[in-house]
Design a protein around this ligand. Sequence first.
Ligand code: IMP
Ligand code: MG
Length: 338
Amino acid sequence: MPVHIVVGGFFGDEGKGRIAAYLALSRRPWGSARTGATNAGHTVVHRGRVWKLRASPSSFLNPETRLYIARGALVDLEVFLSEVEALGLRGRIWLDYKTGIITSEHVTRERSDQHLMKRIGSTGTGVGTAMVDRVLRRLRLARDYPELEDLVTDTQLEMLEALDQGELLLVEASQGYWLSLYHGTYPYVTSRDTTAAAALSELGLGPRSVERITVVFKAYVTRVGAGPLPGELPHEKAVELGWAEYGTVTGRPRRVAPFNLELAERAIRANTATDMALTKIDRVFPEARCRRSWEELPREARVWIEEVEDKLGIPVTLIGTGEDVECTIDLSREKGME
Ligand code: IMP
Ligand code: MG
């Protein structure tokens, strides 16, 4: 039952992309599937190169891993095709024939919706309007586009068959628990559920196929768009702490708050997470920068991580100490997760 899900525990932008990319290189999965839509952006940095992805799984970094887009996902046609060409993914990436397609008309309609753009702070990428069309059963799917012919397959069947053979499938969920349409800070949420269970549903796989659920938290909390953010810091304070960030998709400054145990705890329980990844530890403990073993971490960082682990009750298996995928401490084996 070797499905390994990587899921976000805050408001998105926890660093799921870099964690998934690391796991693709270290666990060498047979395949990797991305759920969600092209409102989400994942940044991957490897050996000095930077990729900003909106459709493809971050696991593209491992050339041996097959790449899939979930059938319950939604992709912007132009964004997807330009990413496939830019990354040279033709022949190793597939949309499901039932994946929903976002067109420029959806983007235009969303951007003219003042409720979404002004009140909610939507990314304006047409995801919500395409989702509406899907619910109304008039959205066109990948199978309806001749230009996608070579890029479409029955991803569910391929994954089911591979799982029967005992292959490892890495699942990259998008956004974070608190942006879930059902469980998040409604109405300040995205247009889908963002849990591990929802990722499985989008893929058409069952809960019993899962062996590991890694929830990703950043060492501090960020949020783009409107809605509650407990402990929010003024922008100048975020700059001073080195926690200022800007959105991958929209370029908007992200709102910032310190790490939040209550938010993390609920995300862990709702996702039945087996373990967690903590990213950007170097932004809180600068001496941790690009350390690659537990022993090399400064003492304060180790104390903080052990405290988080203690309070949240699941092991910290992966620690991000810099943007580069290689700046990762992997404790999976030691903590009995592999
Ligand atoms: P929408 O899903 O684009 O309509 O955006 C709704 C809310 O979710 C806004 O607050 C967005 O900033 C937020 N959001 C959507 N996708 C992401 C993401 O990938 N990362 C962070 N926030 C997101
Ligand atoms: Mg992001």
